[in-house]
Every structure is written in C-alpha cells, then in structure tokens.
Write a protein that binds this ligand. Structure first.
Ligand SMILES: *Cc1c(COP(=O)(O)O)cnc(C)c1O
Length: 461
C-alpha cells in the first residue's frame, strides 16, 4: 500500500509548467519553483513512509507547493505590528522612522546625491560635514565622529585611545548588551587591557585612583542601560571621574548607550543624563546609539574634545565602520528636528510614542475595540490600564502608564492566540500577562488598527 503510494507521487515536471504556480513565481528565478516542489514532495514521501498520508490528492499537493513558494519568494524581513508597548524593542527593529523621513530617504537614494561632493566648489567634499555641524550645535561638542553602531564606536574609541594601555572600569559596569557585545570581550578586541575596579554593587573614587599607574590610558564609564543594581550601591559620577582624570592627565570616556538629547523627566520618568549633561560634566569622549532614544537610524555617534576625536577619526577602523548614505540621510533628517525640541517630540516617532497623552492611547484602544465584532468573536475582550516599557536598553526599570486591549479567548488557549497572531501575513507581537493576551496600544500606529482588528477576527471567529 505505502509502496504503491510512493510510486504514484507526481513527478516534479507535473508542476513546473503549471500556470498558477508560474504566475505566483513572477519574475523570480525558476529554481525557486523547483525547490518548492521538491520540498513539498520530499515531505510527502516522508509522510507516506510514516503512515501520515494515506491517499494522494494532486490539488492538495499543489496548494502546499503554493504555500511553500509564497514563503520562498516573499521577503523575510517584514513589517510587524508592535503591540508589546515596548517603544524601543531591540528585536523589532528599535526606532521606527517617520513617513516624512522615509520619503526624504527615498528621494535621496533612488538617484545620485552629493554624499561626498562639495556643490559650491564643484569638487570632492566630506561625507559627514552637515551631520557634524548639527551634532556640534546640538551637543556643544568640539568635534564629532559617526560610525555604523555604538558597539563599533566603543571598539573604535578603545582601539584609538587605549591600545596596549590599561582602561580602568568599574566592576558594576562590565555589561553585556546582547548579541555577544560584552565590555571585557570588546576590550580584548581593541588591544586595550581591562583594569576592573570596585565590586559589583559598589565602586568608590579611590578604587579608580588606586588603579591608576603609568600605563593607564583611559578611564571608562559605561551607562548600565539594560539593568540596574538596586539597594546597597554606589558608583562614581562623571564629574568626579573627570576631576580624577585631570589630576593624572588621563582622558575620560563615557559609553552612554542610549544617548538622549531630551531630558526624560519631561515624560514623567526619573532622571537620566543627556548627552549634553555628560559633556558639561567634562567627559572627554562620549558615545551613544543612533537608533535608541535618539530615534534615528542604526549608528554610533562619538562626540567630545577635538584632540581625542581627531585621533579616533584617523584610526583605520573608522573607515571600516563608516555609515552609508541611507543611514546618513535618516540620521541627518532626524537630528534636524532636535534643533526645536517641540518638533522633535512630535515628529520623531520614538518621542511621539513616548510622549503621547494617555488619552490618545485610550482612544486607539477604543477604536480597536469598536472594530471587533464582539457578537461573533469567541473571546472575552476588555480595555485595561497597564504599563509600557521604554525598552531598547534605554531605561531598564522605568514604566509608562498605558491602555491595552485584553483578550481571553474561549475556544483556544492564550498561548495559541499569541502564536497565531505572530504567524499571520501581517504579524502581530503582543504580550501575555496573567493568562490574558494584551495588545498594548502605545506602540500601535493609527494606520495599523484596522489590520489588527482584521487579524483578531480571522483568528477568533
Ligand atoms: C546599546 C548599547 C551599546 C551598543 O549599541 P548599538 O548601537 O546597539 O551597537 C553599547 N553600550 C551601551 C551602554 C549600550 O546601551
């Protein structure tokens, strides 16, 4: 019986000329169609051997090939609806970019641009010229260097300023950011020598001072942006480190992680130093990400005193880590908004999502609620008050009040609902809390609510 079925499995050729499949393939290479057919037929063979398939249905096989082909030809990077409430979600692409900036980006990259061309002089120009100008204006820094991401910035700064020398850093700040970015490992890569001081919870100024010797090249302070040590703790402020650095003529570098230009107390959150604050405290070099609280594109921004930034710029890693025109274009357009803080809060999506009035989030929740066909939907649905996170290794323990649509399905489990929503054409990532599926509306854009309702109806009716 199984042998008989195996023999009757259609050949690949039966499907390669199929009109519907060819249409679905579009302009994609034919090998993708052949691969989809093979994958489906291979699986079928196994299922027959295992006794899972007892009869052959050509139409059903074709349906499976269609699904397989669809998976192969559609881009794997998809737009996702973020209903987690985590504004800077590291796994969901961190900072979203505004439509306006995306339009600008499109205009720049679909043609040629003056990326490295001086239009006034008619000859070669500098890639970072305008970016440097804005960053200097915004932060008050003497000089600026921009690279591919902040991990790259840390590596570059350590390599350029402390290769072969000791870098003094507190044990409480030897962080891992994820994706194997760990301060001790980066230190090894850079050729600098890690000199840990203090303990996990407490580090004093004299710990730093005792560690300083003739081979000390740098004092490093790392902002513990993705965790907090609470309770019996002590760390040394930037200002004190700067004084110490001055005394021994050693530069102070602060890796701020999520650098912000805006004081987060404006959002009702507790104080986090801004880039300007750290520079004012006297840090010689400061680095931060372009796509955390800054709300721009992935980049590592290094600002500080000219004598150090010049050294950093001349290091060969700087060229290896340079940003492309897409990043440059998004970053520049984002930074311009900061020249007017009100504009930044409104126009930069990250700040807009963080600063939106609670009323606005409630309105979005009500809109979604009203679009659901509650007569037919097999679930209990409520609007509830909850808390969202800033996320993105930005403000680890700070929360913002929010509204969520809470769903308790009656025919399937909450876990199943959560995974079905993730696997749809337009995937939705929500969160589960106390066995209820929550859609936190803080991070859902207005133009996504309809789709969200569509997905829910599809899964729950
Ligand atoms: C996020 C972070 C980094 C890495 O920045 P990327 O832009 O993700 O490369 C480095 N240091 C700190 C303190 C961070 O928070």
């Amino acid at each position: 019986m199984r042998k008989e079925l195996l023999k009757r499995i259609p050949k690949v050729d039966v499907f390669v000329e199929d009109k519907e499949l060819l249409e679905l393939l579009g302009n994609n290479p034919r090998t993708l169609l052949v691969e989809s057919i093979r994958n489906v037929l291979d699986r079928l063979r196994k299922d027959i051997v295992n006794g899972k398939v007892l009869e052959l249905d050509k139409e059903k096989i074709k349906g499976q090939i269609k699904n397989e082909l669809r998976k192969l030809v559609s881009p794997k990077l998809k737009r996702v609806i973020n209903a987690t409430g985590v504004v800077l979600h590291t796994n969901l692409g961190r900072a979203p970019i505004s439509e306006k900036i995306a339009e600008h980006l499109k205009w720049i990259i679909t043609g040629y641009s003056n990326l490295e061309y001086d239009l006034e002089k008619g000859k070669r120009g500098l890639r970072y010229k305008n970016l440097e100008w804005i960053l200097k204006k915004l932060t008050g820094a003497e000089d600026v260097c921009v690279v591919n991401n902040n991990a790259g910035a840390v590596l570059l700064v350590l390599s350029a300023l402390a290769k072969g020398k000791e870098v003094v850093v507190s044990r409480g700040e030897l962080i891992e950011i994820g994706g194997s970015f760990r301060i001790p490992d980066v230190m090894v890569q850079s050729g600098a020598i890690l000199k840990e001081v203090g303990t996990t919870n407490k580090t004093h100024l004299w710990d730093y001072e005792n560690a300083i010797n003739e081979n000390t090249g740098l004092i490093l302070k790392v902002h513990t942006s993705n965790y907090r040590v609470l309770g019996f703790t002590e760390s040394v402020s930037t200002k004190e480190l700067v004084e110490l650095g001055k005394k021994y003529n050693i530069p102070v570098y602060e890796d701020l992680g999520s650098g912000s230009f805006i004081d987060v107390r404006k959002l009702g959150l507790s104080y986090e130093p801004t880039v300007q604050d750290v520079l004012k405290a006297g840090a010689d070099v400061v680095s931060f990400s372009g796509d955390k609280l800054l709300g721009g594109a992935q980049a590592g921004i290094i600002v500080g005193k000219k004598e150090f930034i010049e050294k950093i710029k001349k290091h060969p890693l700087n060229r290896a880590l340079r940003i492309d025109k897409m990043t440059l274009s998004v970053l520049e357009a984002t930074l311009v908004y900061y020249l007017d803080e009100e504009k930044a809060l409104k126009e930069i999506p990250t700040w807009n999502l963080l600063s939106q009035p609670l009323e606005n989030i409630k309105r979005k929740a009500e809109k979604l609620y009203s679009l659901l066909d509650r007569e037919k939907i097999k679930a209990e649905i409520k609007i509830v008050k909850d808390e969202s996170e800033v996320g993105g290794g930005a403000l680890p323990i700070q929360k913002l009040p929010t509204y969520a649509v809470a769903i308790k399905p009656s025919k399937i489990s909450v876990k199943r609902l959560e995974s079905l929503m993730r696997e749809m054409e337009v995937p939705v990532v929500g969160r589960i809390k106390e066995n209820v599926y929550l859609l936190d509306m803080r991070t859902v854009f207005d133009n996504e609510i309809k789709q969200l309702a569509f997905n829910l109806k599809k899964v729950l009716i």
